[in-house]
Ligand binder design. Structure first.
Ligand code: ARG
Length: 569
């Protein structure tokens, strides 16, 4: 696609008296395939030439009549657009060759030039449930992490753990009174949450508990040994538990810099704010008014001296810029925190940090798990691990039924189950609320990971049966495709690099996810109409190269969503 663009850019630039880059910036993909493969809109020219765009399109087309390029062979004016049509054979050759040569790098690029991008994601709170919001943050954040890395950025994953705050005072009280070490070790994430809930129940009858909790948190803040060792213990056990879930999902973070990491930097933030004179004292509290920006005020310090979530986020943002000099800093956090991030970025701006504009909140809506099959141990909370287990168990049943002879059912079930959970989330526009329907996300013929994985496995099985000699690169074969289904599939495959870029630019892995559905669908249509192994040797070889490129696109695309593509399922 890029080569085609460049070729067209070079032909048009002298004709329209623009720089090639400017022409490239204007080229668009037409909404319907009948309108060609790339379109040059004539609106910009209309202003300078003072002629209606359709007239210009027509004139350009006349100037180009009879001319062809290497990768395009026809132009046609249509309304205000000049449409270019690809030369099917040369174009397929080009696309297949690129996929063949680049293999697992196809769709990747080095446009990021090694610049740092920090991605704050997952970020659960210790002693509070790893909720569905955290599942979404984990899945979307990890995919963005992979996508940015594929574009040549240096992705830096940061787990901004909620590991500080008054809840630790409460936990220490609760654990002292009712806690059991064995139970804590057994399932720390759930157990700490239970202690936390129990604390809130008991405090109703015994308000003195609250004072006790406050005094423990004070001790913690002033670094008293006993309090700190409780805190470390709770934190470490929780971290270990999270780590096992993350490793099952193939996720690693560069840093587990939780909120506590910034404790030493808070004073500096407070000083900065005071130096810049953007804050005021109000009844002992420190406040920044954001009224001129139509935002509610921010409290940086309460009257008892305690700092807040946003104080730590300010410190974290500054720390990240100073430490990593990021080109972009992403926060993958639910839409309910939109206001928080607007305030955060505004305060950074008021502090004079022009890099505030490089900070982006990547919000998402809620998931609701359809009732019925999902029962949870701890009442209202949904545990990520249970969701994953449930999905894998269902995938196992389906695979058992569809392919009882499969050798490694377990790893296929794991891939399909985890893929279903991830794709169920990623394939929806992230800002929408979604309903997670177990039957739907595992439907092999629906818009699911399984549908894509199945197309991939099917191709692998055809390739296994092919004569090895036919699986080599062959220029002639690669240039002989011409059936409509073949060419449509080629054109779809050519879009992967653009789709990866679009996903990164709009922070939407869903763009890539939807695209992969299209690829699988176009493959199925092709395969339905064009036999592979039973066709003539040259056609067979061409089609093998085509499905091999398809396999590569599916695998590479899924990998960027954090989903594996089994060769058999
Ligand atoms: N722990 C927070 C929560 O669960 C999310 C943290 C997001 N990251 C941040 N830098 N604020 O609500």
């Amino acid at each position: 696609m890029q080569k085609l663009r460049e070729e067209i850019g070079e032909v048009l630039a002298p004709l329209v008296e623009m720089e090639t880059d400017q022409v490239l910036g204007l080229l668009e993909i037409p909404p319907e395939p009948e309108f060609g493969d790339l379109a040059f809109p004539c609106f910009t020219l209309a202003k300078t030439l003072k002629k209606p765009p359709p007239v210009i399109a027509k004139e350009l087309s006349e100037k180009l009549s009879g001319q062809t390029g290497r990768l395009w062979d026809k132009t046609e004016p249509r309304g205000p657009y000049l449409n270019f049509y690809i030369a099917p054979k040369a174009y397929s050759h080009e696309v297949l060759k690129k996929a063949w040569e680049e293999q697992d790098q196809y769709g990747h690029s080095d446009q990021g030039n090694g610049q740092n991008v920090t991605i704050d994601y997952s970020s659960p709170n210790i002693a509070k449930p790893f909720g569905v919001g955290h599942i979404r943050s984990t899945v979307i954040g990890h995919s963005l992490y992979l996508i940015y890395r594929a574009l040549g950025y240096n992705s830096i994953g940061i787990n901004h753990l909620g590991d500080w705050g008054t809840q630790f005072g409460k936990l220490i009280v609760a654990f002292n009174r009712w806690g059991e070490e064995d139970k804590l070790k057994d399932d720390p994430v759930e157990y700490l949450y239970r202690l936390y809930v129990q604390f809130h129940q008991e405090v109703e009858a015994d308000p003195a508990l609250d004072d006790e909790a406050r005094s423990w948190f004070k001790k913690l803040e002033s670094g008293e040994k006993e309090a700190v060792s409780y805190w470390e213990h709770f934190r470490q056990l929780s971290l270990d538990a999270y780590a096992s879930i993350y490793s099952r999902l193939g996720i690693e973070f560069e840093y587990y810099h939780g909120e506590s990491h910034y404790n030493q930097m808070l004073e500096r933030v407070i000083n900065m704010v005071q130096e810049q004179q953007i804050a005021r004292e109000s009844e002992g509290a420190l406040i920044i008014d954001l009224e001129p920006y139509n935002l509610p005020p921010v409290m940086l310090r309460k009257k008892d001296g305690a700092t807040l979530y946003i104080t730590r986020d300010l410190a974290a943002a500054i720390y990240r810029k100073e430490t990593f000099d990021f080109a972009r800093s992403l926060y993958v956090v639910g839409a309910e925190q939109t206001l928080h991030f607007q305030q955060l970025f505004k305060v950074l701006e008021l502090l004079g940090f022009n890099w505030a504009s490089q900070c982006v909140h990547v919000p998402f809506g809620m998931i609701r798990f359809k009732e019925g099959r999902m029962s949870t141990r701890a009442g209202k909370i949904i545990l990520l691990e249970e969701v994953l287990d449930r999905a894998v168990a269902m995938a196992r049943d389906i695979i058992e039924e569809k392919n009882p002879d499969l050798a490694d059912k377990e790893s296929a079930a794991e891939a399909v189950g985890l893929g279903a959970v991830r794709f169920g989330d990623l394939s929806n526009d992230r800002v929408k609320n979604i309903e997670f329907d177990w039957e739907k996300v595992l439907d092999f013929s629906g818009e699911t990971a399984a549908y894509i994985q199945y197309a991939h496995a099917r191709i692998c099985s055809i390739i296994r049966k092919a004569e090895p000699g036919l699986m080599d690169w062959n220029d002639e074969a690669a240039g002989c495709l011409q059936k409509e289904e073949e060419i449509t599939l080629v054109k779809t495959l050519a879009r992967l690099p653009d789709k990866v870029i679009d996903s990164a630019e709009s922070f939407k892995p869903s763009i890539l996810a939807r695209y992969l559905i299209d690829v699988a669908r176009e493959f199925n249509r092709f395969y339905h109409n064009c036999p592979v192994l039973s066709s003539e040797p040259e056609i067979q070889q061409a089609r093998l190269l085509l499905i091999n490129a398809t396999r590569q696109v599916l695998a590479n695309g899924l990998a960027l969503l954090g989903i594996t593509a089994p060769e058999e399922m």
